[in-house]
Design a binder for this molecule. Structure first.
Ligand code: NAD
Ligand code: TDX
Length: 353
């Protein structure tokens, strides 16, 4: 059996990939355009598995996507490829609409044609799983109840608007054409292999270098945090047991103010990297992000009651593991910063498939 995973060289996609290769017998075809955010060094051990086939391809390339479906005859696709950083979306929204909306449309069309041509029982078993975010629901006040699957969409950033657009397409392809889709909306992930433009890895690496820790606005914005390995497990469970046409919220039960996250990180760093202590002397308040959503919170009762999923990692232990991983993996950090992994890709992957 074969699974397609898009965005496989990114933060969450590579975690899904590593789990699938380590914990299942499946053949994994991983698709990634290797933008600045994609790094095949993040495949880890999975890079060398004979059950892993890497396709260096853009999801907007329809002919290439059709070729990949025909060649590998997948039982399902997990679609994670996206432009994912809110700050970048504010400065350059077009790429977000292009990849997140048009890229998803392209995959839906290719998957629909493929699915229509499948014989039974493969046709009934096929799944198109779309990975999305809690940001599509907009911003909460401190007293609002957490987002549910039925919360109306109210995206506020170009990133969340583009993800909302892709979510609506997925919903429509199920409703109109019957494509067996699954969708998940997850809160903020953190963990190893996270690109250092996002809050947690940026703060860790800046702190290790004695650079300022830039906290946007008053630092009181709230996010819910989930360890990436827990998210990957949720995605695999939804793929195997989720009901086509349904969406599932995924959350960490760990709402934190940004300033508290940064203070906790500084305390962990003081312990694991005492040379730089006290790290909280580096905290610097900077200009706020335009349109900065105040609070996200996720109600994941549906996933828990229907499929029995709960996060395993607490925020405090997950954060500790994450800091330790960045301390132990300076090579990965250096490769991401220099873009050197691209040479490695050319040597190892180009022309191999
Ligand atoms: P990421 O930016 O780390 O990785 C995205 C990957 O997609 C990269 O490897 C990149 O090279 C690839 N990619 C981008 N454009 C592409 C294209 N046109 N064709 C093929 N590949 C392309 O993102 P992530 O944090 O791993 O997020 C993965 C998915 O999960 C995204 O859809 C994101 O919206 C969603 N999500 C992320 C979070 C989070 O906290 N990181 C939370 C909820 C949902
Ligand atoms: O330097 C910073 N200082 C700061 O205060 C950065 C990079 C961020 N922040 C704040 C902004 C947010 O309130 O920290 C919070 C987290 O910021 P990001 O790490 O950029 O994440 P966020 O904007 O919440 O979006 C993330 O979670 C949902 C992912 O990037 C999305 O892909 C995902 O959908």
């Amino acid at each position: 059996m074969t699974l397609l995973v898009t965005g496989s060289a990114g933060f969450i996609g590579s975690c899904v990939m590593r789990q699938l290769v380590a914990e299942t017998d499946e053949t994994i075809v991983s698709i990634d355009a290797l933008t600045y955010a994609g790094n095949p060094l993040s495949f880890g051990e999975a890079a060398h598995s004979p059950r892993h086939h890497f396709e260096h391809a853009d999801i907007r390339d329809e002919a290439r996507m059709r070729g990949i479906f025909e060649k590998y005859q997948p039982r399902a696709i997990l679609h994670l490829a996206a432009e994912s950083h809110v700050d970048r979306s504010i400065h350059g929204p077009a790429e977000f609409v292009s990849t997140n909306v048009i890229g998803t449309l392209t995959l839906l069309q290719v998957a629909l044609d493929y699915w229509r041509g499948l014989p039974e029982p493969q046709k009934s078993a096929f799944r198109f799983q779309h990975i999305s975010t809690d940001e599509v629901f907009g911003s909460l006040s401190p007293t609002d109840p957490a987002f549910e699957e039925t919360t109306p969409y109210a995206p506020n950033s170009p990133y969340s608007a583009s993800k909302a657009g892709s979510d609506h397409l997925v919903r429509a392809w199920h409703h109109t054409y019957g494509l067996p889709t699954l969708m998940t909306n997850c809160s903020n992930n953190y963990g190893p292999y996270h690109f250092p433009e996002k809050l947690i890895p940026l703060m860790i690496l800046n702190a290790l270098e004695g650079k300022p820790l830039p906290v946007y606005g008053d630092g009181l914005n709230v996010r819910d945090w989930l360890y990436v390995e827990d998210h990957a497990r949720a995605l695999r469970l939804v793929l195997e047991r989720g009901t086509p046409g349904e969406t599932y919220n995924v959350g960490g039960a760990a709402e934190r103010k940004n300033i508290d996250v940064v203070h906790t990180l500084c305390a962990v760093l003081d312990e694991l990297h005492p040379q730089g202590a006290p790290h909280n002397r580096l905290i610097t308040y900077v200009k706020d992000r335009p349109g900065h959503d105040r609070r996200y919170a996720i109600n994941f009762n549906k996933l828990e009651s229907e499929l029995g999923w709960r996060p395993q990692e607490s925020f405090e232990t997950g954060l500790r593991k994450t800091v330790q991983w960045y301390l132990d993996n300076p090579d990965w950090v250096a490769s991401v910063r220099s873009g050197d992994y691209r040479k490695w890709v050319e040597k190892n992957y180009e022309g191999r498939n």
